[in-house]
Ligand binder design. Structure first.
Ligand SMILES: C[S@@+](CC[C@H](N)C(=O)[O-])C[C@H]1O[C@@H](n2cnc3c(N)ncnc32)[C@H](O)[C@@H]1O
Length: 276
C-alpha cells in the first residue's frame, strides 16, 4: 500500500499516547499493530526495500555502530547487523515493543551484533554512533538536530520521509514509494584561521551554514572571496581566484582546530596548513 507524505505525517502525528507497559508487565505474546500509539510518534515500520536503500546510501559496513532512534520491531537495526555486518543498537520507548524487537533479533540470529534498549531517544546517549537512523516526525528531527550536529564529523544520519528543516540533505533515495534522506555531520569550521601556504602566511575567514561555507582568504594583503566552499564530514573544499584570475582549489581535512591539505592551480600544487 502506498501513502502520500502528507497522509503519513497526519497518521504518524495522530496518536501520541504513551505505551502503558512497564518492565514488570511485559506480555510474552505481545504483537504490535501498525499505527499503534507511541510516546512521541506511532509505530509504522520502514519497508525493508527502503531500509536497504537507507543503509546502502549511508555506506554502512562492519566498522559501523548504528543507532536506530525509535526502533519499533527492530527492522533497521536487524538489517544493519544481518546484511551490512554492522553493530547496531535500537532505542525503543515501549517496553513490550522493545521486548518484541529483541525476539526478532534472536529469530534473525544477530544477537551478537544487535541490541535493543528500552529507553527514550531524548534521554539515551547515542554519541558513540557512526550512523544514526530515524523514522520519526519533522518536529522530532528538529528537536534532535542540535544534538546530531554536535556528533563526530562524518557521522551519517538517515531519515525515512522527514527532513531536517533548512539543513539540506547530502543525498536522497527512494524505494517502495517512500523517500529517505542522508546527511553527513559537517566539521565546525567557522572562525579565523592562520594559514601557511608552502610556508608563506595567509588568513582564512570562514562562515558556515550546515555543510556550506563562505568567507575570504587574505594573501599578499588582499582578501579574496571563497567560492563553492563545502564541508562533507571532515573534508573541506573551496576555490578562489588569484591575481592573474587563475582559479586556486583547496581540498583537505579539518581536525578540530587544524586544517591540512593542498592548494592547486592548473600549474602547481602547494601544501596548505591552518590553525584556528
Ligand atoms: C515510525 S516508528 C519507526 C520504527 C523503526 N525505526 C522503523 O523505521 O521501522 C517509530 C517508533 O518510535 C517509538 N517511539 C516513539 N517515541 C519514542 C521515544 N521518545 N523514544 C524511543 N522510542 C520512541 C515508537 O514506539 C515506534 O516504535
Amino acid at each position: 500500500m502506498r501513502f502520500s507524505r502528507r497522509f503519513m505525517l497526519a497518521l504518524l502525528s495522530s496518536v501520541m499516547a504513551v505505551g502503558s507497559a512497564t518492565a514488570n508487565t511485559i506480555d510474552p505474546n505481545y504483537k504490535p499493530s501498525r499505527g499503534q500509539s507511541g510516546k512521541d510518534v506511532i509505530w509504522i515500520p520502514t519497508p525493508v526495500e527502503l531500509v536497504e536503500k537507507m543503509l546502502t546510501m549511508a555506506k554502512v559496513g562492519p566498522a559501523d555502530r548504528l543507532f536506530d532512534l525509535g526502533a519499533g520491531d527492530g527492522i533497521i537495526a536487524i538489517t544493519a547487523g544481518r546484511q551490512f555486518n554492522a553493530t547496531a543498537v535500537g532505542i525503543e520507548f515501549n517496553p513490550n515493543m522493545a521486548e518484541y524487537a529483541r525476539r526478532q533479533v534472536r529469530a534473525a540470529g544477530v544477537q551478537d551484533k544487535v541490541r535493543i534498549i528500552t529507553g527514550d531517544i531524548f534521554q539515551e546517549d547515542f554519541s558513540s554512533a557512526t550512523v544514526v537512523s530515524m523514522y520519526l516526525l519533522p518536529d522530532l528531527n528538529l528537536r534532535l538536530r542540535p544534538i546530531l550536529l554536535k556528533m563526530k564529523p562524518g557521522t551519517r544520519l538517515v531519515s525515512h520521509a522527514f527532513n531536517m528543516g533548512e539543513w539540506q540533505p547530502d543525498e536522497t533515495a527512494s524505494a517502495a514509494g517512500a523517500m529517505a534522506f542522508l546527511w553527513i555531520v559537517p566539521a565546525q569550521v567557522e572562525g579565523s584561521w592562520n594559514a601557511t601556504i608552502d610556508g608563506k602566511g595567509a588568513k582564512l575567514q570562514l562562515e558556515q551554514t550546515f555543510q556550506n561555507a563562505g568567507g575570504t582568504i587574505t594573501l599578499d594583503g588582499r582578501a579574496r572571496p571563497l567560492v563553492g566552499a563545502k564541508i562533507r564530514g571532515e573534508d573541506l573544499s573551496f576555490q578562489f581566484r588569484g591575481d592573474a584570475g587563475a582559479v586556486s582549489s583547496f581540498s583537505g581535512k579539518v581536525s578540530g582546530n587544524r586544517i591540512t591539505g593542498t592548494l592547486s592551480t592548473d600549474r602547481y600544487t602547494q601544501t596548505f596548513e591552518a590553525q584556528r
